[in-house]
Design a binder for this molecule. Structure first.
Ligand code: IPE
Ligand code: IPE
Ligand code: MG
Length: 232
């Protein structure tokens, strides 16, 4: 029997928290709370599947355009989630990493993010990457500016650019799942998704479960990745 193909890096665009809440006549923040809670199970399930890198898109550079109350509420939820869940995540052998721009985030949240990264840095089973204040375009622009500052003359290669991304050691996502029916990337892993496989489901993120994850992984296992070459 051939071994089942599993993604090394699974990425999820956590979408639909607002619609999940609306369906239940709840405030949007209750949807975000349910969404973060769902992440706890997912870390465990993803680890069990043997995935090495798990990244989630939790707040984009464009999400600052939401009403102030929702943004502030989300920042509080991130604070709460990190404080309360870091030990559980660490006990799974998972290292927490954050990916995105550091500007605009509240100072105390930044300090907590740094603490959580340091506290879990020796865990080696799973890298759990929370993309907060992440935008693919911002990442490329930040990398270009770092390159120019270092060396304004030399022509740059793809490798040079990649070395300046937020998490240069993390391999490109093999599979990107987006929940809640929208068929777009919304500025997630722009450069890194050049050869990613996609899986879309109508399920709102807080309703995503083990069966859904298995369906997505089964589907991925049946894909043939060619990278522009010929069928093997
Ligand atoms: C995703 O849920 C979480 C964030 C973008 C912060 P949404 O808040 O986008 O939920 P919908 O799309 O309005 O249902
Ligand atoms: C994408 O969801 C960003 C995150 C999940 C963090 P959005 O809800 O912000 O995306 P659009 O606005 O529908 O494209
Ligand atoms: Mg949305």
């Amino acid at each position: 029997m051939t071994e089942k193909k599993i993604p090394t890096h699974l990425a999820i665009i956590l979408d639909g928290n607002g619609r999940w809440a609306k369906k239940r006549n709840l405030p949007r923040l209750m949807g975000h709370r349910a969404g973060l809670r769902k992440l706890e199970d997912m870390v465990r399930l993803v680890k069990r599947e043997g995935i090495r890198y798990f990244s989630v898109y939790a707040f984009s550079t464009e999400n600052w355009n939401r009403p102030q109350m929702e943004v502030t509420g989300l920042m509080s939820l991130f604070r709460y989630y990190i404080r309360r869940k870091v030990d559980e995540i660490k006990s799974e052998g998972a290292r927490i990493r954050f990916c995105g721009r550091k500007d605009r985030l509240p100072e105390d949240l930044l300090a907590q993010m740094k603490w959580a990264e340091d506290y879990t840095k020796d865990e080696k089973i799973l890298d759990f990457i929370l993309c907060i204040n992440y935008g693919g375009r911002a990442e490329i622009i930040d990398a270009v500016n770092k390159l120019i500052a270092e060396n304004p003359q030399t022509p740059v290669t793809e490798q040079d650019l990649r070395k300046h991304f937020y998490l240069p050691d993390v391999p490109d996502p093999d599979l990107i799942i987006r929940t809640s029916g929208e068929l777009r990337l919304s500025n997630f892993w722009l450069w890194e998704s050049a050869y990613s496989e996609y899986y879309f489901t109508d399920i709102h993120w807080p309703d995503f479960d083990e069966a859904e994850l298995k369906r997505a992984l089964e589907n991925y296992a049946g894909r043939e990745r060619r990278y522009g070459g010929l069928k093997s």
